[in-house]
Design a binder for this molecule. Structure first.
Ligand code: BG6
Ligand code: MG
Length: 214
């Protein structure tokens, strides 16, 4: 009956959204597409190609797959530059304490991130060793809200999904957790994340006792 807690990365343990925004906005400008911070909110938890498609849909630009891949590459090179500056200072307050408390209880810790850069980001944050299993966009076929990534993480942790809890900041992510038959904790706005079993505004408000009470 091994228990597991599976974390999303971007928006749960650190805020990379503003870096994704800078990189996407630079690309959008080149394409003459207006891409606002409000648009960027819609891209939480959305994988790279689907994010590009969302931006292209703000215009009437049609593009073949090869060109789309090139633009994704271009955005990612810029994003890779931007995440070079990430360090442990960028961990959200309370993350280290929470992760330590979970470990001390013998609960497995998993990662379920839609980002292909997840391993690099956790390395820069200095928390690579914390995770017992990492599921990212490299080892899944179906992106969130499909439950695949959370199921994969549970399997990797050796936990039954019903003994797992997922933590997410994105609506699509909370849906993925619920479809995986796990309890979901939302980080962010309770109206938006109404599907979650509990919602906290910030990770720092979340304590292990409340997780275990689920
Ligand atoms: C998610 C982010 O974690 O990863 C999305 O919330 C991002 O905004 C997605 O688009 C994919 O990231 P990457 O690093 O593979 O381009
Ligand atoms: Mg997220």
């Amino acid at each position: 009956n091994q228990r597991g807690i599976i974390f999303d990365l971007d928006g749960v343990l650190t805020d990379t959204a503003h870096l994704h925004f800078v990189a996407w906005q630079t690309l959008a400008k080149k394409l003459n597409i207006e891409f606002t911070i409000k648009n960027n909110e819609e891209l939480k938890g959305i994988d790279r190609m689907n994010s590009l498609q969302y931006i292209l849909n703000l215009s009437d630009i049609k593009m073949n797959l090869e060109d789309k891949h090139k633009l994704c590459e271009e955005k990612n090179s810029h994003y890779l530059e931007l995440i070079k500056t990430i360090s442990s200072k960028d961990l959200f307050n309370g993350s280290t304490a929470l992760l330590t408390d979970i470990k001390a209880q013998g609960i497995k810790i998993g990662l379920a991130s839609a980002s292909k850069n997840a391993r690099l980001v956790i390395k820069n944050l200095g928390i690579s060793d914390v995770f017992d299993y990492i599921a990212d966009a490299h080892n899944i076929k179906n992106s969130k809200p499909d439950p695949e990534i959370f199921l994969k993480a549970a399997e990797g942790l050796g936990c039954d999904p019903k003994n797992c809890i997922g933590i997410e900041d994105a609506k699509a992510g909370v849906s993925a957790i619920k479809s995986a038959n796990m309890k979901a904790i939302g980080i962010g706005c309770s109206n938006e994340l109404s599907q979650a079993d509990m919602v906290y505004k910030h990770l720092k408000n979340l304590k292990l006792e409340s997780i275990l009470a689920l």
